[in-house]
Write a protein that binds this ligand. Structure first.
Ligand code: SP5
Ligand code: ZN
Length: 396
């Protein structure tokens, strides 16, 4: 067990936020190379994580409904409307009987190169619209998908509420020039920085402002980051330890100088999703130049190589002097995970948590990937224990 994380004199157990509606998303399949495969982003993931968190003593908080404005701070109205309505349109279109497909599956993708500068029209047929905002065939939409997507974003936002309320008084203050004063510690804020964990499902880091894919629909981590900003944090770090590059999060913040995005992930150049992004030479542009850091690692990297990268991420983030941290907490880098070739252990994830918690700033951790049902729960618990331990050390 992990005595430090449970020692009440150092830091309270990290609360976890979720909503049972997250179970309504049943993708039922991924279309892989045209073949219907079972898919790994299954309901059981949240059940095993939740059970492990409860067993480890983490208090449970029910997620609230997300404020629509908080979603629009990250995503286009068109994407949100699409996710909310396309399954109903699919049913009305009769595709569940002809050809007999009960999930929304795209087939035409209106790429910029296809359009050659023309605007994207709204196709009449639902089967054509299915590809308007989607970039792969792996991210299906069923009758309960929107309910769960909304609940996942709600969990991230409730986690932000918990942290912001503990960290700052009444949100942003007024600076001498009438502008925002930035974060203020609560009067009793002499302990470790507050933390909360959102048990989001479906995950989010592959979703961009106006595009979804990679089992992700809305970007929960980016939504949390924008909400923290609205609550008074002026500079944000988003650190992503999921085994895959968070191409959506990177794209959302790529030209932003106030949000640092850093990620360690299996090298996309070695043939891994998301294939087109996540390379080391992607460093941000315009105002965001230098505020993006990708550390691709070789497919069979284990604790040593991976933790070196996590340390580099935390050092760069520390130099950025963030007011708050969002952790994209995927645990699919673990050795037994079926979706990645990385070989990180429980101890490795705990050590990563210590490094991240050591930044010593208010932190919202958001669940991303992780697909090995037998170890998933304990991997998340270990990572959170590390985060708490790192935060406690930083406060000493
Ligand atoms: C959030 C997250 O971890 N998303 C990962 C999405 C990666 N999916 C890529 C799938 C690549 C092919 N997998 C083969 C599955 C065969 N059934
Ligand atoms: Zn992943």
């Amino acid at each position: 067990m992990h005595p430090v994380a449970h020692d009440p004199t150092t830091v309270a157990p990290i609360p976890f936020v979720w909503h049972p509606r997250t179970r309504r998303h049943i993708p039922s399949a991924e279309i892989w190379l045209g073949v219907r495969t079972p898919g790994t982003e299954v309901v059981e993931r949240v059940n095993v994580i939740r059970e492990a968190l409860i067993r480890a003593g983490h208090p449970e908080v029910t997620a609230g409904d997300p404020d629509p404005q908080a979603l629009l701070a990250v995503h286009s109205a068109g994407l949100i409307e699409h996710l909310r309505t396309i399954h109903d349109a699919w049913v009305v279109g009769g595709y569940t009987t002809d050809p007999g497909q009960d999930r929304v599956v795209p087939y035409v993708f209106p790429t910029e190169a296809m359009l050659g500068g023309l605007p994207v029209r709204r196709p009449t047929a639902a089967h054509a619209r299915a590809g308007q905002y989607c970039y792969d065939t792996m991210t299906l939409i069923g009758p309960g998908t929107w309910d769960a997507v909304e609940a996942a974003a709600g969990a991230a936002l409730t986690a932000v509420d918990l942290v912001a309320t503990a960290a700052w008084v009444d949100g942003p203050g007024e600076g001498p020039d009438g502008g925002p004063e930035g974060p203020r510690r609560a009067p009793d804020g002499h302990g470790a920085s507050p933390m909360a964990y959102a048990l989001c499902r479906p995950p989010g880091h592959h979703a961009a402002r106006e595009a979804f894919g990679g089992s992700c629909y809305l970007n929960n981590a980016a939504i949390a980051a924008e909400a923290l900003r609205a609550r008074g944090a002026r500079r944000l770090a988003v650190l992503d330890i999921d085994a895959h590059h968070g191409n959506g999060t990177q794209a959302i913040f790529y030209n932003r100088g106030d949000v640092f995005y850093g990620s360690v992930h299996v090298d996309p150049g070695a043939g891994w999703f998301p294939h087109y992004m996540g390379f080391a030479d992607e460093t941000g542009f315009h105002g965001g130049d230098g505020a993006n850091l990708n550390i691709p690692v070789p497919p069979r990297a284990g604790d040593d190589r991976w933790l070196e990268a996590v340390q580099e991420l935390t050092e760069s983030a520390r130099a950025f002097r963030p007011d708050a941290l969002v952790v994209s907490l995927g645990v699919d880098a673990a050795v037994d995970d079926p979706e990645s070739p990385l070989r990180v252990t429980r101890d490795g994830l705990r050590a990563a948590g210590i490094l991240l918690g050591g930044l010593g700033v208010p932190t919202v951790a958001v669940q991303e990937g992780g697909y090995h049902l037998k170890s998933l729960g304990i991997l998340v618990v270990d990572t959170l224990a590390g985060l708490a331990e790192g935060a406690a050390r930083a406060a000493r």
